[in-house]
Every structure is written in structure tokens, then in C-alpha cells.
Write a protein that binds this ligand. Sequence first.
Ligand code: SAM
Length: 257
Amino acid sequence: MSEEELNWKQYLADFHRERAGVAEAVLSRAFAGDHSPYRWLARAVSPDATVVLDVACGSGAMSRELAQPGRTVIGVDLSVEELALAAERGPGPWVRGDALALPFADASVNAVTSSMGLVVIQPLTDLLREVARVLKPGGVLAAIAPALRPLSPKDLRVLTRLTTRLRTKPQFPGPVELAGFTRTLDEHGLRRVEDARQKYHFTVHDRADAELMMSALYLPQTRWSRVEAAIEHLEDRVARKGPVQVTIPMRRVVAIK
Ligand SMILES: C[S@@+](CC[C@H](N)C(=O)[O-])C[C@H]1O[C@@H](n2cnc3c(N)ncnc32)[C@H](O)[C@@H]1O
């Protein structure tokens, strides 16, 4: 494993220990019309799927969204702190485990979901090998990940004002826009059947919202003073012009084994 990968591993472990629940706190307040990204992802899973594995479940928002009578939703994550929150909020089962070595039998689940996992868990090829292994034939992988588009010129202006203050962009261990994703799916016997985009808006009403949103971003090697500058910018905009809508473009991919 390269030094860079090791650093990400440590960064993610520290981030999710110190800020458990922050992804859910932001994404559950991000809306496209009346629905959150979690709802969008849940809609990609057939009502017939009785055993669903939510990979990188974090504090369990996705698992709760998927709950329905007669279905078991198993949440798996590496972070003890995220799983502790998940256990407070929903029935589970919650399993501490590495998505690169899923502690489940071959062909044991009907569907695998992951909100943000595809850009966090690397190498992607190892993750997809595991996903393909645990899925039953005909089973479905459905995942959402942050994307670069769609963005209107206005959306882009709001984001650019933030990245200018940060002097960087939010980062992920995985490649931007899931480069090479379809080929990697194919290599593991997963056939892509959908690739859709949707933009969500997180509305900043006050400084607390600005702090929440900024603290949910992976910003390795960014000084807190830069993050403060972005928060202050948002606070100032709200004071002068009212609530600010920050756009979060998302991509939903669905593949069948
Ligand atoms: C951006 S958060 C997303 C959490 C949740 N899915 C959500 O959308 O609210 C990424 C999650 O991936 C987990 N994670 C990172 N590497 C992992 C790995 N190798 N195996 C399992 N979980 C991992 C982190 O602990 C964290 O909870």
C-alpha cells in the first residue's frame, strides 16, 4: 500500500471518529424537490429484495431508508463511532467490517447499496470484487456518489466562492466522476443498467448550517483558517442576501450481477 493510501486510511478513521454522523446530518437535509439522496438511492432497490447490505453505512441513514416489512438491512462500516450512532437510531444488524473483505458468504444478499462508498473505499476493483461475490445471481448494486455535474452557472458561482476561500476542492480517495467505473464493473461480472444524475441543495440559513456543511467535507491538508474563511463567507452572504443554496450534484449507478 502506498504512503498516500495509508494517509487516506488514517484520515478517514480520524474524520469518522471525530465527526461521526456528519455525512447524514448534511445529506438528510439535502433535497431535490421533496426527497433526499438517501430516498433516491432506496428507490433503486426492488421491493422484492429481502436481504440488503448497505456498505459504508455510516450512522445508518440509508439502512433506515431501506427498511420495510420482511426485509433485513445489514449495515457494514469500519468506524466504531459511526456504528454506535447507527445502533442508537435503528435496529440493524450493524456489522463492523472492511468493505474490502466483507464478512458475508458468497451469493448471500439480494442487493448491495452504498451512499458515498464508491468514492471512499479504494481500490474500487477490490470493492467491486467483494460486492459481486456476496450478491446472488440477478442481485443489484445501487450506489450514489458525489459528481461534478449537473451544475448551473449560478450553482457554480456559489461553489467557486467557497473553493476560492478554501484554496482547494473537497477531495475523495477515489477518482473524480468514478473514472473507469463501467469497465471495472464489467471485469467483475456486473452489468451497468442505469447511470443517472440529480442535483441536491443544502440550504445554509445561519452560521451553524455553514459550519455543519463545511465540517462534512473531506479536506485533508487544508488549514482550519481556510475552512473558517469559507464559513464566514457563507455567514456574510446569508446576512446580506438571505439563505444560500449550496448545490451537491450526485450520480446514481445501478448494476446487475
Ligand atoms: C462519506 S461517509 C458515508 C456514510 C453513509 N453511507 C452516508 O451516506 O451517510 C463514508 C463511510 O465509509 C466508511 N468507510 C471508509 N472506508 C471503509 C471500508 N474500507 N469499509 C467499510 N466502511 C468504510 C467510513 O467509516 C464512513 O462511515
